[in-house]
Write a protein that binds this ligand. Sequence first.
Ligand code: HEM
Length: 555
Amino acid sequence: MPVTEKPHVPRITSSARLFTSAVSASEYSLFVMPADSLSIIIVAFLATVVTYYSFKRTMGNGAKYPPAASHWFPLLSHTRTFALGDITLASTFLKQCRENIPVRFHGIGFDFILVSGTNLIRKALTTDSHLDWNHTSAQMFGRLFNAPKRICDATAADDSGVGVKPYPGSYVHPGQRLIRNQVLFFNDAFSKKSMDELAPRFLHNLKQRHTDFDIGETWTNLPDLYIFLRKFIFRCGIVSFYGQNMLDLNPDVEKEFTEYDGNIPFLATGLPRFMNPRAFESRARCLAAVKRWRQEAIRQSEGQQEEDTEWDPAWGLGTIKRRNKLFDATEGLFDEDATAATDLATMWAFTSNVIPATFWLLFEILRDEDLYKRAKDALNTTRNADGSFDTTKIINNPLLQSAYSEVLRLHTASMMTRTVKKTHELDSWTLKRDQTVVLSSHIEHHNVYWNTMDASGRDHPAEAFWAERFLTPEGDFSLDGKQGKYMPYGMGEHMCPGRHFAKYEMLLTFVVLVDRFEIELSSPQGWRPDNDLSRYGFGALHPKQKVEARIRMRP
Ligand code: HEM
């Protein structure tokens, strides 16, 4: 089929150019200042004075409370920044953060300490910490997935930790150790035995999926590469986790879920329903879909002999069925609404980040002809004698691993939010009880640390994509020395348990796509869509502008 539509050439706005072309604090500050230059100078001067004295006060008297980030509005403080969100928030964070000095942001409805810098991050997230994760988790479980209040309360109150033995002094009912139950579930889901079932199943579904599209050996125009990818991957993930029933019972689940996922940033605010009823309706439709699936799985299992297998046609992955025992052990805490919230949360976890991240992997490789060729050569070294791919070799290929890591460095903005359990010192800084603490991968991933020069003397600044960034001079993949600097999956006790599967999902999808299809970007040479920072804090960022491409089946 000939390419019929004129290629879409997105306009890069000046604000976007500011963001993507440089990460220096001074340039970011230009973006958030008023236009008039005299007022810029006055306001900047006042802000500097206020910040200096606030800093001096906190440092000078021996008390070491984190200084407040500067702002223009005495009463509202940083409220405007947070109300605007998006690029304003991202740029303000980058401008105001200080390496290894916590900084306080506050305004209407929020008050938190932003912690940045390798030393503080490591101490905050990896030491047996005084920072609590449960409160944020409980709140998000309620807001994003509509978990019943009693489940959120039980999550927030679970002070037993994730270990086999509950923390001393914790009296949580053994079956209601909800945080540990989640760890048990994901350990089981991504155990070797389970992955040996899941990874080949996912690969098989990807290979099947490529025939579902009306794409032949002549070029077909793709008006939006991201949407194509979303359609491609979503079903494969769903069927690999929940089995075919989920799709058969809910033919519109992909559409519903896409709408719901688009509303996640709104739902996370906790704002009332009347402000965006569609967000709540799409969530309700997704919850109804997972309930339908669960009712059918229960119906199909009735009267059947209990068998512990890694795959069950009614339940999908064995671990999903085994999780029912954890629900049962809560002794009535988990009813139909609670299990639906958990099923929806699981579905969201294995799709919402991986799909945009895979888009960026494909896009960044396709936009560089030389890299594309080297990636294809690398893939050919992972083939078995019969032409099929060896998935272990793919996952361990140095160039592909490095490109994958660089995608997560440049295109994620994950936020780790914690609550201080008891007043303590983080280095020399006092963190008060109940204070909220926030860490952002976006900040750490744009640190000047990442400005690198390669052996040929070419600069690779932090804001540029460089596929080889994670390769040693010997050509091996390495994350050595990057703990606390590179954290797309967070760090410490609550580090993402799905990270290994996410890597599989991303790399296997890339492999199947470039093996089965020829794909060419229609966008101008060197152009890249902006990261959509309206999802700042939720992990992988979506592309802000559409990317047109053309595609055809390989002969
Ligand atoms: C590119 C893909 C992904 C990214 C960037 C990502 C990012 C993250 C980050 C930053 C955290 C830590 C949050 C914190 O410490 O507060 C996290 C936690 C989590 N992730 Fe992921 N994730 C990805 C894929 C996945 C997948 C595929 C799954 C499951 C199938 C998953 C399940 C989870 C769960 C359950 C947690 C909470 C861990 C806990 O409770 O301790 N994620 N993820």
